[in-house]
Design a protein around this ligand. Structure first.
Ligand SMILES: [Zn+2]
Length: 286
């Protein structure tokens, strides 16, 4: 089964070989069809039809995002060092055209990384954008730093036809979603799934299967969707991590995805890979 989470897709041609060639990038910037992504309130700007807004190139467009049907696409680095609150952008995600979402994710994640990595982690000196914005170079020690991607496992643990879903303390009332957590250094995806479900819900799982992945640009996660078989349905919930966790039947999940008034829970929004995983599960994923 091919799963297509929001933010997944082709996006721009990243044209990697051009990044190391400043002269080539300068020529692209001078092309009449070159455009720079417009930003508003810390995120790429989206028009009424959910499409990204592009504007004329300025001198402050250090990021070469790639090529869109042969036309060069650049971005500025928006001001500000404060971390962006993902919840402030959810209204934007609700209207964003899914075909444009991969470009949105790449541009925002890259901007978030620049925003948070202005100084060298080796020597503490200031760093400057390099390689068309796909790295930062340190003027002090010469090290080059690359954008980071943080892997997060997100999993549907299943027991006897029911799914384990939980809710974080910051979720809106009634919302339940798949359990998730960061992969730690030295860990496989499978080990992270086993550990997270055990830590958060006290449930042992086995038979981990990869399902789909999703870039999540708040600030730079890669969500790795998995299915796991739970060895029991007895829960010991870590209330510091979760507000609640429960088992839901297929009927419960179908009702939640349909948005029924009397649904057992409120499903995650379409921008969340958790929703894609739930949709796959109710249509016959074992
Ligand atoms: Zn340095």
């Amino acid at each position: 089964m091919l799963l297509e989470p929001f933010f997944a897709g082709d996006g721009l041609d990243r044209a990697d070989p051009l990044r190391a060639d400043p002269d080539a990038i300068a020529r692209l910037r001078d092309q009449p069809d070159a455009r720079a992504l417009a930003w508003y309130n810390g995120a790429p700007q989206v028009d009424e039809d959910g499409r990204l807004l592009w504007q004329a190139i300025s001198d402050e467009t250090p990021v070469f995002l790639g090529m869109e049907e042969g036309a060069p696409r650049f971005s500025i680095l928006p001001d500000g060092t404060a971390p962006i609150d993902a919840r402030a952008h959810f209204a934007l995600l609700a209207m964003l055209d899914p075909a444009q979402a991969p470009i949105f994710a790449a541009a925002l994640s890259l901007a978030n990384w620049h925003r948070r990595h202005r100084f060298c982690s080796v020597c503490g000196q200031e760093t400057l954008p390099n390689r068309g914005g796909w790295s930062r170079a340190c003027e002090g020690c010469g090290n080059e730093h690359y954008p980071r991607v943080d892997p997060v496992v997100i999993m549907m643990a299943e027991h006897d036809g029911s799914l384990l879903l939980g809710r974080s303390h910051h979720y809106p009332p009634g919302r339940y979603s798949a359990l998730a957590g960061f992969v730690e250094p030295g860990e496989t995806i499978e080990a992270a799934v086993v550990r997270e479900v055990k830590e958060e819900a006290g449930v042992e799982v086995a038979d981990i299967r990869y399902l789909a992945s999703q870039p999540w640009p708040f600030p730079s996660s890669l969500m790795i969707g998995a299915h796991a078989r739970a060895l029991s349905d007895s829960l010991t919930i870590d209330r510091s991590e979760l507000d609640d966790a429960r088992w839901f039947s297929r009927e419960d999940v179908v009702g939640a995805l349909a948005g029924d008034d009397n649904a057992a829970f409120q499903a995650p929004p379409r921008s969340a890979i958790a929703r894609t995983l739930l949709e796959a599960w109710v249509t016959g994923l074992k």
